[in-house]
Write a protein that binds this ligand. Structure first.
Ligand code: NAD
Length: 352
């Protein structure tokens, strides 16, 4: 297949591109606006592989997207490009509406135009795969899991923009017949994640002996999915997903935020001991909670296991160890970001 993949220089998109180039014969046209969150280095060897082409463009730019479809004639689309950080959506929701909603609308319109020009097997096999989040389902209490048919109840500007984009995807199938498939996943972690997100922020602050800011009491619970496991599941979904269906993808690894931070501290003390800094647990600092912070997310991913036989390979322990190792070994990747684009400051606190 030739895939048109958006957001391929981001955290998850780059993992998908690396997976495609390493483990399949597919080629990939990577359409990315190269925002603060993008990194060409995250593509590693795929960056220079002839089966990978980078197109710098905005998904909300209809002319550029139309040109990409016309030039590259993709067999399928994987739409990952988004503004993705909840805290930034609290500070500035406009970009989230523009990229996540308007951008998805443009992608759907141009995919529809392209698909209508196809015939035979190409039209039958075409897929528009939309990558979304479990945050669209809102917040869980102590029990229960998000299923594919859980009602939507997004609470942050980010999750509302993603929920809106999911609804557009659904409507483009029901109204226009565009063959779409959607996936909703839990919190990803792993190599090449921009260090504004919990796990890389804690690893790098712990390495530098800086405070480890934990929102509220750290009691919020998330399910953690190793990014390479996610990349495998995404490829199965675009290859085999049934039209109009959505699939939940989770790591089967629920953890309280404070337990995640403690686990990172222990690994850092073991893998990067520093007598001057001392035990990293002493760096934990509780700070004001995120406004509207959802209490718990947890995923029932029985459907994707039943239909494609997919299960995550990594436990939280194995995935976190790999992640810490990667950040310790790849200062060249995050050093520039930490000294320029994002220095670890608090985002999305409203009153701070
Ligand atoms: P990211 O922020 O790391 O990367 C986003 C990428 O999209 C960047 O390369 C950026 O340059 C690109 N981009 C942003 N706006 C664009 C635009 N207007 N046009 C073209 N490219 C644009 O995000 P991520 O963590 O890799 O997330 C990828 C997708 O997965 C998103 O749709 C996100 O909502 C979803 N998701 C992420 C997580 C997670 O834990 N990271 C969880 C659930 C769902």
């Amino acid at each position: 297949m030739r895939l048109l993949l958006t957001g391929g220089c981001g955290f998850i998109g780059s993992a998908v591109v690396r997976h495609l180039i390493r483990n399949t014969d597919h080629s990939v046209v990577n359409l990315d606006k190269m925002t603060y969150a993008a990194s060409e280095d995250a593509l590693e060897a795929a960056r220079h592989d002839p089966r990978h082409i980078l197109v710098r463009a905005d998904v909300a730019d209809a002319a550029a997207v139309r040109q990409a479809f016309a030039t590259w004639q993709p067999d399928a689309v994987m739409h990952l490009a988004a503004e993705s950080h909840v805290d930034r959506s609290i500070d500035g929701p406009g970009e989230f509406i523009q990229t996540n909603l308007v951008g998805t609308f443009v992608m759907l319109q141009e995919a529809l135009r392209h698909w209508r020009g196809l015939s035979g097997e190409a039209a039958k096999n075409f897929r528009f795969h939309h990558i979304s989040t479990d945050e669209v389902f809102g917040s869980l209490g102590e029990d229960g899991l998000f299923r594919e048919d859980t009602p939507y109840a997004p609470n942050s500007p980010y999750s509302a923009s993603k929920a809106g984009s999911d609804h557009l995807v659904r409507a483009w199938t029901h109204t226009y017949g565009l063959p779409t498939v959607a996936t909703n996943c839990s919190n990803n972690y792993g190599p090449c994640q921009f260090p504004e997100k919990l796990i890389p922020l804690m690893i790098l602050n712990a390495l530098e002996g800086k405070p480890l800011p934990v929102y509220g009491a750290g009691a919020n619970i998330r399910d953690w999915l190793y990014v390479d496991d996610h990349a495998e599941a995404l490829l199965l979904a675009v290859e085999r997903g049934r039209i109009g269906e959505s699939y939940n993808i989770g790591g089967i690894n629920e953890r309280k935020n404070i337990d995640v931070v403690h686990a990172i501290c222990e690994l850092m003390d073991e893998m990067a001991p520093d007598a001057e800094i001392g035990p990293r647990g002493n760096l934990i600092a509780f700070v004001s909670d995120r406004p509207g912070h959802d209490q718990r997310y947890a995923i029932d991913c029985a459907k994707i296991e039943r239909e494609f036989g997919w299960r995550p390979r990594e436990t939280f322990e194995t995935g976190l160890r790999k992640t810490v190792r990667w950040y310790l070994d790849n200062q060249a990747w995050w050093g520039d970001i930490r000294s320029g684009r994002y220095r670890g400051e608090r985002l999305g606190a409203l009153t701070d």
